[in-house]
Structure formats: C-alpha cells, structure tokens
Design a protein around this ligand. Structure first.
Ligand code: MG
Length: 387
C-alpha cells in the first residue's frame, strides 16, 4: 500500500461580501488531492481537502516542501502498525519535517490542508465517515448522529438595508437554524447597534445571536464596544481584538460578562497555549474556534484539544470555524461544542453536502465514507480536476 500522487492547486472565490476589516473578493482556496494504490470499484482511492477560508493560497508550500517530503518517505513509514491503512500522524510528521520553529501561519494551512486530505483517504479506506473514525479513535467511542450548528452570516454587503439583514436572518431560522452570527465593527457604534437590535427582533433574544468583529478593535475601542453590547446578553462576542494582543483580551474578559470567542486566526496548539496562558479567557463560558485546515489539521486538533483541557477548557468549549464538512466532521467526531455553517456563501466551497439536513439547530452528520465531498456535486468536479 502506497501513496501514488499528491496534487495541490488554488482557485478563486468570487464574492462581494465584507467583514469589518476587508472585502473578501481576493480570497483564494487551495485544494489538495492525495491518491493511493488502493482500488475500489475500479478506481484508485483519492482523499481531498481544502484550505477553509481566510488565509492566502498555500499550494506552493505543498508542492515545493510538504508533498516531496511525504512522497520521498519509504512507503511502509507512512502506514499504521498493522500495515492496513495510512497513518495520518506519521504522514504529518514527514510533511512537517525540517521546518523552523514558530512562524506557524506560513505553513499551518499547507500542512493542515494536506492532513485533511489524508484523513479523508484514511476514512475512505476504512469505509466510514470521518466523524465516526475520529469518534472511535479519540472521541470515547460515542458515534454522534448530529452536531449543533449556527450560521456565520450577517456580512456587510453593498447597499444592504436593515430589512435585508432581517430577511437574511429570517431565512436562516426558516432553514432550521436556531442560532445566528453577524458582523460588527464595520460601521459606527450607533449603526452597528441598530443592526444588532434589528436582528434581535428576528431571533427573539440575545442567546440566539453572536457577533463577530474580526479583530478590528484595539483595546480601548474593544472595551467601549463591549460595554455597548453587554446589555444585549449575546451568545458570544467574537474576535474583539487581534488574538496576539493578550492584554486586550485580558481587559475585555475582566469587564465583559457574557462569553467571548476567539481562535480562528490562531495557527495550532502552541499559539493557543500562549493565548490561553496570557489572555485570561474564562473556561466556564468562553469559546475557542481554531479551524482544522488553517491550524495544522485534524492531527494537530488532538493537541489543540489537549492544550485547551490543560487550561481548564472542555471539549464543548471548542467550536471550529469554517462552516464546511471538515469542521463538521471534527466537531462531531471529537464531541466538540458545535460547528459553524455557511449556507449559500463561498460558492462551491461553502456549505456541507446533500446528506446534511438541519433541524432545530442541529446538522445531521454525513454517512458516506470520508469527508463526503463525493456528495457535494457543485464541488466534486473541481476536486477531481486535481488528479
Ligand atoms: Mg470569525
């Protein structure tokens, strides 16, 4: 049993949406395919992954560094003890060999995206959905049927009115979601509070609404905005500040009672360890949102979980960013608090697959082998074009 090819390519993501910091029209997504010599139904099995949303392309790192290292390893060095499947942890170690310490974001997406494709392949060889493989290996054996999901929405769009925003949120509730999230920090405090109050009229109460500032505030502005938001009793206030500004988080955590969320811009377990050591986030309520492909993959997520637990957080404190099948499987397999969902945005890369239905806020987990991209017809041709 051996890997026969690793391919990586980047694709444009066309959108006119913005958050508080930037328009997203220049985002590109890197997709990876890992082919092996195991044949099912007359074809070689291929694992797929892509780089979630938010960081630049990483196909060059994969092509120049990670893929050649993995392909140069002796085939048996990439297999599990029984020699019956690939070992994602061993493959990860080969992919990450010879990298300098720190500077994680430059490589965490490349290694993470490759790692997701490897886990997709491993689950396909086992003939099981990835969440089940993870549950059996690392989730205490409890195989879940569904995961709580909230909609990452409420973006700033050109010409948008409050009625447009309310209509968007009403559509999410009609689709079966019970919690939504919206952007803040892109307009003045007064204008943003009017947006929040408009959405609260639709969702009913603050515990059904989270807000996301995408790290736009400095400490002083974050404290001001936190004071404005506190009376709403929101589900959480996400990324008030840059996650490397530990002092700012410490100040917000000291003054803002409801939950704070952060972590989608952290690259792996070491950055999370530093963040939790100095930010004074509160294990009894705050939310950690590291994104599997952006932060070294599923393999690293096991270390992320260990670090979170060392700081007093539990599995249900982790809600992976990304709103895609990769985060959904990790949340379901490891028994995490919940998952984001991006229905109708990010084109073929956004959303789950046609197996996933939403009911009373919960997403039913896929049953097809691997991550389930084969049940996502809008994306599958693009992935298959890699090999
Ligand atoms: Mg966010």
């Amino acid at each position: 049993m051996r890997l026969t090819r690793i391919a990586a390519e980047s694709f444009p993501l066309t959108t006119n949406m913005s958050n508080s910091r930037r328009a997203l029209k220049e985002i590109r997504i890197t997709a990876v395919a890992v082919e092996c010599d195991v044949v099912r139904e007359g074809k070689r099995l291929v694992g797929y992954g892509y780089s979630s949303f938010g960081r630049p392309s990483c196909h060059t790192q994969i092509r120049e560094r990670m893929a050649p290292r993995v392909m140069a390893a002796p085939p048996e060095a990439l297999l599990d003890e029984a020699g019956e499947n690939f070992d994602p942890i061993r493959i990860w170690s080969h992919a990450a060999a010879d990298e300098k310490p720190a500077g994680h974001a430059e490589r965490s997406v490349a290694i993470g995206t490759l790692d997701l494709a490897v886990w997709d392949l491993v689950a396909k060889i086992e003939g099981m959905p990835l969440h089940r493989v993870l549950a059996e290996r690392y989730g205490g054996g409890e195989v879940r049927e569904s995961v709580f999901c909230y909609v990452g929405g409420g973006w700033y769009r050109p010409g948008q009115t409050l009625a447009d925003l309310q209509a968007e949120m009403r559509a999410h509730l009609d689709a079966g979601y019970t919690q939504v999230k919206m952007k803040v920090g892109g307009l003045s405090r007064v204008e943003d509070c009017a947006r929040v109050e408009a959405v609260l009229k639709v969702v009913g109460s603050g515990d059904h609404l989270a807000v996301d500032a995408n790290a736009v505030f400095d400490q002083r502005m974050a404290l001001e905005r936190a004071a404005s938001l506190a009376p709403y009793g929101l589900r959480w206030f996400e990324e008030p500040c840059n996650p490397l500004d530990y002092e700012a988080y410490k100040a917000v955590a000291a003054s803002y009672g409801p939950p704070i969320a952060s972590g989608e811009c952290l690259s792996g377990a070491q950055e999370l360890d530093n963040f939790l050591r100095y930010s004074a986030l509160r294990p009894d309520r705050d939310i950690l949102q590291l994104d599997p492909p952006l932060s070294y993959g599923v393999t690293e997520y096991l270390q992320i979980l260990r670090v979170a637990q060392q700081h007093g957080f539990s599995r249900v404190s982790l809600w992976p960013h990304g709103g895609n099948l990769m985060s959904l499987h990790v949340a379901g397999g490891l028994g995490l608090g919940g998952s984001e969902s991006y229905p109708g945005v990010f084109g073929a890369f956004g959303g789950f697959n046609r197996e996933v239905t939403i009911e009373r806020g919960y997403a039913r987990l896929p049953k097809s082998p691997g991550l389930g991209f084969e049940e996502k017809p809008e994306l599958l041709p693009l992935l298959r074009s890699l090999i």
